[in-house]
Design a protein around this ligand. Sequence first.
Ligand SMILES: [Zn+2]
Ligand SMILES: [Zn+2]
Length: 135
Amino acid sequence: MINYTDILREHNLKATPQRLAIANTLYTNGHITIDSLYEVMVEKFNAISLATIYKNINLMLENSFIKEVKLPNAKSVYELTQAPHSHLVCTKCSAIEDITIDLNSIIDTVTKTSSFKVDSTNLVLSGICKKCSNN
Ligand SMILES: [Zn+2]
Ligand SMILES: [Zn+2]
């Protein structure tokens, strides 16, 4: 368990027991859907509602403590804010891996071949993870 009290405070968030548990769950899981997060949280705080989870997640998003990863044809997952990275998603087991890819050459190509100005990127690549390709 990492103590996220100070990190939450740096993001102007009060370190409530629920928020500390959300932070540690994200740390342990890497990426998690709201539904899975709710399942974990209900085991720790049996009276917690889904609405409370959403409220905390939205506040954590606003304060950049966490990030939403939008996935094609699947529910968004959430992760602790880290250095910018892209995602690899397994189409068999839905596992999500982080990968650092230099997107500058892609942005260069877009700039050169269209008049579109890129201001944000969200690259998700689908395929088969190592575990699934070994089975
Ligand atoms: Zn897989
Ligand atoms: Zn990630």
